[in-house]
Write a protein that binds this ligand. Sequence first.
Ligand code: HEC
Ligand code: HEC
Ligand code: HEC
Ligand code: HEC
Ligand code: HEC
Ligand code: HEC
Length: 266
Amino acid sequence: MTARTLALALVLAAPLPAFAAKPIFPDVAPPEVFGRVVLDRTSTATRIPAVVFEHWRHRTTFSCRLCHVDVGFAMEANASQISRATNAAGLHCGACHDGKKVIREKVIFSACSATGPVTPACARCHVGSLGPEHRAEYFALVRKLPVYAGGYVDWEAAEAAGQVRPLDFVEGVSIARAPLKLDRDVPLETRGTWLGAVTFSHKKHATWNGCELCHPDIFPSTRSGQVKFDMAAIREGRSCGACHRTVAFPLAHCQRCHAGRSFGMR
Ligand code: HEC
Ligand code: HEC
Ligand code: HEC
Ligand code: HEC
Ligand code: HEC
Ligand code: HEC
């Protein structure tokens, strides 16, 4: 976010009592950190460094649905029971990271061994914490992708331009099934705010999330007009905030929901 748009967001939000009590939005992590999950349920306790999982690394290749439905990861940090044993058994990270699976012409390196010593290869995941060299690695990866506000990837534009093609099926991981389709784009019935009406495209969301990531867990009803949308719930990580707080573009980028795309952010 540029200083100008940030200032504007602050000015627009200032008169609202609901926003006055707490900061109007949580600090946004820098682009290379946004979407990072530190996995440390068992690692530190068993004297191996914690695991760092980066969403940006993986979403260039996979849809959200593939991991959060087919592989079955929770959409909450450290909520899945990921462990050395589950990985070694070919579940969780091990569903792909088994040292054999070929994805886009690359053999995916393997996750935890069931037994045996810690080797340098383990440190590809068990890094503990990441240093500044990581920022350069991020920018090298996103160099060819559209970015805005100082380095956040515009994943929506990248997908539309065919620069990223998230796989929604991986042999041996996904169950073959006919994809559910929505033939029309369901508009959101929102009240509209003085920030501008909220954009929501079912079609664009289904590309990344399928249907199952939202229905029934986040939005139980598939009848329009059932959900009351409000910013407080979103900020608490419910509704749209279930994804847009930590992984899909940050909540602080108000304009991307509230005034369509053309707000001088890009
Ligand atoms: C693809 C990523 C990945 C790689 C590579 C990897 N691990 Fe893990 N490992 C994990 C994850 C994720 C966890 C769960 C972390 C947590 O919540 O603390 C884990 C947990 C562990 C734990 C914690 C104890 C337990 O029972 O869960 C040990 C010990 C471990 N791994 C050993 C290894 C060893 C040894 C290697 C190298 C031979 C290795 N791992 C390589 C992802 C990986
Ligand atoms: C390669 C697999 C993979 C892909 C692809 C993936 N995720 Fe995740 N996601 C994970 C894992 C692993 C976790 C951590 C789960 C845990 O700790 O139990 C996670 C956690 C999350 C969380 C919780 C984050 C937090 O800080 O609490 C959200 C929200 C989320 N993912 C949304 C998404 C969205 C949206 C997409 C698509 C843009 C996506 N994920 C794509 C594997 C993936
Ligand atoms: C759906 C398949 C899939 C799942 C599930 C998955 N990964 Fe990956 N991961 C990949 C692919 C593909 C790459 C890119 C590999 C490459 O470039 O060699 C990758 C790369 C990585 C890298 C970059 C390492 C490096 O040195 O370049 C890390 C770290 C990583 N994954 C950790 C994890 C952890 C931790 C989990 C589980 C919490 C996980 N991944 C789950 C497919 C997956
Ligand atoms: C992920 C999409 C999204 C983002 C990003 C977003 N909003 Fe919202 N916002 C909504 C939705 C949906 C509503 C409900 C709209 C309706 O019912 O008309 C809403 C409603 C509001 C309202 C009306 C009052 C209320 O509390 O419901 C205000 C004010 C508002 N947002 C301010 C902001 C500000 C300021 C930001 C940036 C810090 C922001 N929003 C970012 C989706 C978003
Ligand atoms: C990112 C979240 C999300 C995804 C993914 C998603 N939906 Fe929805 N869906 C919603 C929301 C939000 C509503 C509106 C609920 C309301 O207005 O009360 C909705 C409403 C609907 C409705 C009712 C619309 C109407 O006109 O009555 C149907 C049917 C529906 N979804 C089907 C699907 C199908 C099929 C898919 C997969 C192709 C899908 N949805 C994917 C969030 C999502
Ligand atoms: C299940 C996760 C999830 C939920 C819930 C979700 N989104 Fe998204 N949304 C995404 C992902 C992934 C993208 C792709 C872009 C990105 O990751 O930055 C996206 C993209 C968008 C875009 C840009 C694409 C477009 O339509 O022009 C808008 C606007 C948006 N979301 C608004 C919303 C609103 C409003 C809600 C709540 C009604 C919502 N989203 C709920 C995951 C989600």
